[in-house]
Design a binder for this molecule. Structure first.
Ligand code: AMP
Length: 537
């Protein structure tokens, strides 16, 4: 053997941080009372090991899926490591999903335990009988904040940690073994699981730390707004211990003032989140006249950042807004917008235009655009095609699916429509997949249409995404009533609420006589979006 080949376990990142960055911190705004607490990486490591021992005592064994329903806190981060470090799968569950989706996901993953923030406990009160495979619930809090409940096998996280030791060595195994699982909305039907591996997460953590990617180092303090339950929180909870920066976990408060205060108090240098959060932050900064002095970069992704957001950050706060694009299926980083040598000499207007695009891939990911026949289109910045990707942290096969999610040459179809320019910058132009993204979270238009068409007075229904200043997009439902019927908006919303969460319901319902169709007889979403584009102001 020419070079050494060490086994890799994601928990080695935390071992490394405990050893070489022992004083760097994870700073958390607690979900129970919004108080701020600090833990060094050394403490986080010890607590993750205690959790590993506690889970083993409760009966967890390698390969088991263990769910988490939690916001960004040190406890949630510890659980990532305590679970996957011992060879189990850390399954992060989005608490904003509808009951139907939660039901599907927990049972599909066959979660053995669920770790849950106390604020989400009512979800379990209402649903535990529907989770036959779950053997116990661990509430991520201390004794005094435990819910009063009749649900069996409910444990207190802090009590479990207190009664365990941190005498634990992470096991060795094949690094291609699954480490963590995250479900994403399918265009139709049930959510689909993406199983990351120890090694794919390591690749991704290295890549995102590069200076032409998210660019983080030991001097940084990163505000992790992007949820730990959404696409791996962009890998930041892995990169943090690896490079030894401080991480700020903002808990439940996402308003502009709360976010501003964390940035200011802890002198955050980088922050990552969806456009909606940055809109709130900019509004607070404008209203209070305060400037974000410590931040050098703000990374935005998950949805397209509006052009005005770049100007507002640059002109008022001297902050470079860094546009990134990715997907749950990509761990999630696909492209990121940093200036390349090639564009530096362009006139300012052209330079700025390019800097607003979703960016260039990082080594480890390849992209191309193709036409309907699958032929590759030129990288001229003009031709729009379906965006395909491949790489070391891109999904191969969805969890428990029979067929791979990629074509014969290894390309994964993102469902996004894009251009790629001669400098390698990709720009998302449209979305071919039938989904609506509101505040960074998905709503399936097809599911909404199918359910709306189950209403006794509805003949046809189309759900479309309409641009919205605050949420990026909001759903609008367009309905053709059955002949002789006059359904009301309220009755449609009530009908939809049995399947959809409140935030997923359409903002408006419009009744029309007919819905325009494409040549192949599908709803012409393009004409509908054009017709109603200003509907939400
Ligand atoms: P998710 O798996 O929930 O992270 O969603 C991934 C999808 O979000 C992508 O396929 C795009 O449709 C959309 N998306 C992510 N980032 C951006 C971005 N910067 N601009 C436009 N759309 C984006």
């Amino acid at each position: 053997m020419n070079m050494q080949n060490h086994p890799f376990n994601l928990a080695h990142l935390l071992d490394f941080a405990g050893k070489y960055h022992p004083t760097q911190k994870v700073i958390t705004r607690r979900v129970e009372d919004d108080k701020i607490v600090e833990h060094t990486y050394k403490e986080v490591l010890s607590r993750a090991k205690r959790l590993a021992n506690a889970l083993i005592k409760l009966g967890a064994s390698p390969g088991d899926c263990i769910g988490t329903i939690a916001l960004n806190t040190h406890r949630h981060m510890e659980s990532w490591y305590g679970i996957s470090g011992q060879g189990c799968i850390s399954h992060t569950i989005n608490p904003r999903l509808s009951m139907k989706q939660l039901h599907y996901i927990v049972n599909h993953a066959e979660d053995k335990f669920i770790l849950i923030d106390p604020i989400f406990w009512p979800i379990i009160e209402g649903m535990h009988s529907k989770f036959p495979k779950v053997e116990g619930y661990i509430v991520l809090t201390e004794k005094e904040n435990m819910p009063k409940t009749e649900v069996p096998n409910v444990y207190c996280y802090e009590e479990l940690l207190e009664s365990s030791t941190d005498d634990y060595t992470w096991p060795e195994f094949d690094p291609h073994q699954g480490s963590s699982l995250c479900y994403t909305s399918g265009t139709t039907g049930d959510p689909k699981g993406v199983m990351y591996t120890h090694i794919s997460n390591l690749w991704h953590a290295y890549a995102l730390s590069l200076s032409d990617a998210i660019a983080v180092g030991a001097q940084d303090t990163i505000l992790v707004v992007v949820p730990l339950f959404h696409a791996n929180s962009w890998g930041l909870a892995y990169a943090g211990p690896m490079i030894g920066c401080n991480l700020i976990m903002p808990g439940k408060r996402m308003d502009g003032q709360a976010i501003f205060e964390l940035i200011d108090k802890y002198q955050a240098t980088t922050a990552a989140g969806v456009p909606t959060v940055w809109t709130n932050l900019l509004e607070y900064a404008d209203a209070s006249g305060r400037i974000m002095e410590s931040l050098k970069d703000v990374v935005v992704g998950g949805s397209a950042a509006p052009p005005s957001m770049f100007t507002r950050f640059r002109e008022k706060h001297d902050i470079d807004l860094i546009h990134a694009w990715g997907m749950t299926e990509m761990s999630p980083l696909g492209t990121i917008n940093r200036p390349s040598g090639g564009i530096m000499s362009l006139p300012d207007k052209d330079y700025r235009r390019i800097r607003r695009k979703q960016g260039r891939p990082i080594f480890g990911v390849d992209i191309k655009i193709v036409n309907d026949q699958g032929e590759e289109l030129p990288r001229d910045g003009k031709e729009v095609g379906r965006l395909l990707v491949k790489g070391n942290w891109v999904v191969h096969t969805y969890f428990k699916a029979e067929q791979p999610a990629i074509d014969g040459d290894g390309w994964f179809d993102t469902g996004d429509m894009a251009t790629i320019d001669p400098y390698g910058y990709m720009e998302i132009i449209d979305r071919a997949k039938d989904l609506i993204k509101s505040g960074g979270e998905w709503i399936s238009s097809v599911d909404m249409e199918n359910h709306a068409m189950g209403h006794e007075e509805v003949s046809l229904a189309a759900a479309i995404a309409i641009n919205h200043d605050k949420w990026g997009e909001r759903p609008l439902l367009i309905v053709v009533p059955k002949e002789g019927h006059k359904p009301s908006k309220e009755s449609l919303l009530t009908h939809l609420s049995s399947e959809f969460s409140k935030w997923q319901l359409p903002d408006d319902v419009i009744f029309v006589e007919e819905i325009p169709l494409t040549a192949t007889g599908k709803f012409s979403k393009l004409s509908l979006r054009e017709q109603f584009k200003g509907h939400f102001g």
